[in-house]
Design a binder for this molecule. Structure first.
Ligand SMILES: [Zn+2]
Length: 323
């Protein structure tokens, strides 16, 4: 990413400022001290004078900090500076692709409490503009922010790599198209985050499931119940496509299976999803039509077509849901 802030005289300072802020907010003076400590160009012996010099470069009108604030990379509040989400993404990008030093996990943990409140607010303000799937992710995310305002639970920490990689992809696409990062709105970044949540959710149906995928599915099922009826239908249909695609893919060249699967699909109503069920109660083994609303509000519990008993998709015998 060869953007203006990475070129020219200020590039080095820009990098150090973002790096300095990667473990949370700092006053200008603390940023200056960080730079003197880490930039080999500064003679340590005279560190106080060096830091004063750096500090005046940072804080003067039109200086490094002003530039970064104007470019929305950092935010100034009550004399303290912190990364914006855009700045956060830049640091993350440079950790991944340019060998920057800050630890990714530390970055995430430091900024969680700074971002949660703000993101929850923006999610709420823009809720009406979101698609049903984005709404599902927004309700779930807002709930996680509400319950864990200070520190994300372990399962979120484990999932965040997956969520952030899709957001990162979006940012790279955006910048590769030559678009101006100054025009990138917080709302747009939030939508990428929502997409990241949904991507992580789709990946949760791996077998065997991980503890964090069970947690995410459970949060999303709770969110599903809070959606308006017409959103529920749209979300269900999206899941229907995902499930049906996955099953079709797994069937491969087994023509008989394919035929019986397609027969079942033809019989479904819009809210119904064809799943593969292997019933541990009566040994029924085959495709069955499930009520999508029920699946999505019950942590993906299926119902046996034959004996009507509940089958958890994660029950021991399962290759349920998918074949
Ligand atoms: Zn059964």
């Amino acid at each position: 990413m060869s953007l203006l802030i990475w070129r020219g005289r200020k590039a080095k300072y820009n990098k150090y400022v973002l790096e300095a802020l990667s473990d949370g907010e700092k006053a200008a003076w603390d940023i200056a001290k960080y730079i003197v400590k880490h930039d080999p160009a500064h003679v340590r012996r005279n560190w106080y004078h060096q830091a004063q010099k750096v500090n005046s470069n940072l804080v003067r009108r039109g200086g490094v900090l002003d530039d970064l604030v104007e470019g929305y990379f950092i935010r100034r509040e009550e004399g303290k500076y912190s990364l914006t989400i855009l700045g956060f993404m830049y640091v993350l990008y440079h950790i991944n692709y340019a060998g920057w030093k800050p630890a990714k996990d530390k970055l995430f943990l430091s900024y969680w409490p700074i971002f949660t409140g703000m993101m929850a607010e923006i999610l709420e303000e823009n809720f009406a503009q979101y698609s049903p799937i984005e709404r599902l992710a927004a309700v779930g995310l807002a709930e996680v922010f509400r319950v864990y305002p200070e520190k994300p639970p372990l399962w979120v920490q484990k999932l965040w790599e997956e969520m952030s990689s899709s957001v990162m992809q979006r940012l790279i696409e955006y910048l590769t198209l030559g678009k101006n990062p100054d025009e990138l709105s917080q709302n747009e970044i939030n939508r990428w985050v929502l997409e990241g949540v949904f991507e992580a959710l789709k990946n949760c149906f791996r077998i065997p499931p991980t503890e964090e995928s069970k947690q995410l599915i459970s949060i999303m099922c709770n969110s599903f119940q809070k959606l308006a009826e017409e959103d529920k239908l749209m979300v269900t249909q999206t899941f229907k496509t995902i499930v049906h695609d996955a099953i079709y893919h797994r069937i491969g060249r087994r023509e008989n299976l394919k035929k019986s699967f397609i027969e079942k699909v033809k019989q479904t109503q819009p809210h119904q999803i064809v799943c593969y069920t292997k019933c541990p109660h009566c040994n029924y083994n085959g495709f069955s039509i499930q009520d999508g609303f029920k699946i999505l509000s019950s942590n993906f519990t299926l119902q046996c077509e034959k004996c009507q008993k509940q089958i958890n998709i994660y029950s021991k015998t399962t290759e349920n849901m998918f074949t």
